[in-house]
Design a protein around this ligand. Sequence first.
Ligand code: ADP
Length: 598
Amino acid sequence: MFGYTAFRGEQQAIVEHVALGGDALVLMPTGGGKSLCYQIPALLRSGVGIVVSPLIALMQDQVDALRQLGVKTAFLNSSMTADAAREVQGRLLRGEFDLLYVAPERLLMPSFLSLLEQVQEDSGLALFAIDEAHCVSQWGHDFRPEYRALTVLHERFPTVPRIALTATADTPTRGEIVERLALEQARQFVSSFDRPNIRYRVTQKNNARLQLQSFLEAEHPNDAGIVYCLSRKKVEEAAGWLKEQGWDALPYHAGLDSATRSANQNRFLREEGVVMVATVAFGMGIDKPNVRFVAHLDLPKSMEGYYQETGRAGRDGLPANAWLAYGLGDVVSMRQMIDSGDAPEERKRLERQKLDALLGYCESTACRHQTVLRYFGEEHPGNCSECDNCLEPVDTWDATQAAQMALSCVYRTGQRFGAGHLSDVLIGKATERVEKFNHQRLSTFGIGKELSAAQWSSVYRQLVASGLLESDIEAYGGLKLTEAARPILRGEQSVWLRRDADPIKRKVQRAERTAKAREPFAGANDDHLWLALKAKRMELAREQGVPPYVIFHDSTLLEILNHRPATLEEMAQVSGVGQAKLARYGDAFLGVLRDVAH
Ligand code: ADP
């Protein structure tokens, strides 16, 4: 039915366990293949599988994709008319479905629960799947109060197996899911949270827009991706600017009216090569498989946020890029945002810690996969050899003396100036501002001539990131010393910093990486056949009003391109070509192969 040749990771164990009637809690990263874990048991067991999902906007696409495979399915949520809902309920009672997607508020209606009891008696309930199970957690940002009432499923239908699924990795949330959904008896299946196909990269910001532009030009000229910004205003600006540069860019944030938001989301899902510029309001439940990159123009708030946002890339398992541009200004403004917010002090302290963990990641010289996983308490076996730090190992240098100069310059200038001015003083540049404050008279004036302005800026960024300096809101973000700076100034502690990559060397490496990044699609974008296959897919998708990936994923299309099946039997061997799709589309794609070959 699905056309896959093998299970992935824990899928088989989960399917067997649930198919035999066991309860399960499944923790698997995005793109890990959670859906199969309830879809197959639902098909194997008699009766209908009920899938609880908060993602109303996605239900249509999920149902469309399953129908393509020949699964009898529908959804029930508040977006449909009373008549349409009645029709679905009638078919449910007649036992016509393999799977039914239901929004939690609908499921919990007393009338619907009675209906389910009737269904259980007549044709049977195969299972309950509780998708996005972390929505029971009050601490996450996806909290849905109705999720807490889902224990009713266990109470009223004790013999029906339940499988709860989430891509949220942290242990407190896991505990809350078990407790809130009464899953104490459920077997837990915890996968590795590594996303091996995501290539992480952190770039030091100098001109973020140009840096983004050259990243997109070099590595993603035709790809769909997401660019995250911190504020609505920045989203609008960046989207406008990218559009001017010729990119098919759209904005998405909570300030847009819902019609525009859903129109933009639809274009992103249904068309190819749309770049969505968005705040974090965009993303939950975006299961477009071929998002090829996620770029951050601003810092995310935490490692959890970063992991989740970058996790939206590469669900199909093909290589994808997670690109982040970051500079001193970001650290300063993120810290200020936390300090000036009106959260209680305890919450602020937690937010500061989370930001510091993220900054530690940005400045880390170790393999990015290792750093990400370690944060979630998992060890990564060896280096990934694909992230920026693995590809271009970072030099570190003993910066104790430079740090002392930088810190004492902060002190001598009265702890109220920004890094630009401080660098000028250190280099001995007599700017107007330097003269205005008489800083050319200071003992630190001109003592740092050995380093360039760019190097001093790197030093300051790292001193702030590691908490030796902080920005002072009252002094408009000027830098001041923290307690941690004292031992350094007293010469009791040494400081090692990373040496930011040399821009010229980086250019050469970038060209090499560009070639590597496009490997799976190597030559594909210039290949007639590839374009013809994609055009056929788009034509079929348009006819049915579904996203192209619902017909075939890129990975399936690539396999067709590379193996060039000549018969339906050969086509059936391609991963992702199940029986129903073979019957519906086999000939159409064989036709494309034949036409282009001639
Ligand atoms: P999740 O819900 O965990 O993010 P999905 O269930 O959407 O992941 O699956 C991610 C992708 O992997 C989908 O494109 C799916 O079709 C594909 N997939 C899942 N299981 C397999 C498998 N055993 N073999 C090949 N592809 C698979």
